[in-house]
Design a protein around this ligand. Structure first.
Ligand code: GLP
Length: 303
């Protein structure tokens, strides 16, 4: 007998380790490797499964999907949620969006104000974005849009409304708007979505971590928005200032609205629980608060 690597092994007459011992050791080694591999596979399976469970859990907690029959019903549902918040918290801070999608919601809110159901007297608002280089009073500036579609019809104090400035020193405008947002928590952010998945003017590829910034608009967005500029691409501003995705994610609650088949792909990507920097709207899957996705049947057609 001889001690070999802390084990007692049998020796033959010439003092060599017996063949059986060598075999036994080989088998033991194999068994070890096998056990380690099985445990590793098991650990990987557990990690994947728990990730899946967490994602499902997060999704069911965060996203409330409401499919409305049409644009009007979508607008009413969104307006009801916004009005409920204002009733509970008259000092609510709202994040507002532009585009054709929220117009019906603003109309419903105006009706509720006229019916004395809600007052905007103490409400504060922050808009998502503004074109750069467009006169503030241009018919297609978001400043004009907000006045025409909401502000001039309600009792909001205009000094409580904030829209990024698209004229003058862009760097300064970006900094000022970021500072304002840092001082105010948005309770409810309203969002539309571009056909390429952009939110605000955060185009595909935008880093999810950045705040207010200026941006070169993608051709798709310029083409989509040409309808507001007499279908003349040359008239559409090529740059904008926008809240970043970081600012949008800071909002407590988000309402995303979408109407029409052009939005169906973006909505499908969101509801598939993807999180993809090239489809900005999918970032809502990692928002910590509640997200209402209120869409009409056409936008839901790919679900
Ligand atoms: C613009 C706005 C977005 C808006 C999007 C969709 O690009 N910056 O905030 O969500 O258009 O617009 P629409 O609602 O007209 O389809």
């Amino acid at each position: 007998m001889k001690e070999n690597e802390n084990e007692l092994v049998d020796l033959d007459e010439e003092g060599n380790i017996k063949e059986e011992n060598k075999k036994e050791k080989k088998i033991k080694k194999k068994n070890y490797t096998f056990a380690i591999m099985v445990s590793l596979i098991f650990i990987v399976i557990i990690i994947c499964a728990s990730n899946l469970i967490i994602r499902q859990f997060k999704k069911s907690n965060q996203i409330v999907l409401i499919i409305a029959d049409d644009y009007d019903e979508m607008s009413k549902k969104a307006a009801d949620i916004i009005a409920d918040l204002i009733k509970k918290n008259p000092n609510a801070v709202l994040g507002l969006a532009t585009g054709s999608t929220p117009i019906g919601t603003y109309d419903e809110l105006i009706k509720k104000y006229r019916n004395k159901e809600i007052s905007f007297k103490d409400v504060t608002t922050f808009n998502l974005d503004e074109y750069i280089g467009l006169d503030k009073n241009h018919p297609q500036s978001y400043y004009t849009y907000m006045n025409e579609h909401l502000f001039k019809h309600i009792d909001i104090n205009l000094s409580n409304t904030h829209i990024p400035k698209g004229e003058g020193d862009t760097k300064l405008n970006v900094q000022n708007f970021e500072n304002l947002l840092n001082k105010n928590k948005i309770n409810l952010q309203i969002l539309g979505v571009g056909s390429n998945g952009h939110i605000g003017f955060n185009e595909p590829g935008t880093d999810f971590g950045i705040g207010v910034h200026d941006v070169e608009l993608h051709n798709k967005t310029i083409n989509d928005n040409a309808r507001f500029f007499e279908n003349d691409i040359k008239k559409v501003p090529k740059k904008a200032i926008t809240m970043g995705i970081k600012n949008i994610l800071d909002a407590e609650t988000i309402i995303l609205m979408a109407s029409g088949t052009k939005k169906a792909d973006a909505i499908k990507n969101l509801m598939d629980n993807k999180v993809d920097i090239n489809i900005p709207v999918t970032v809502l899957n990692i928002h910590k608060g509640k997200v209402y996705v209120i869409i009409d049947k056409k936008a839901a057609s790919k679900l």
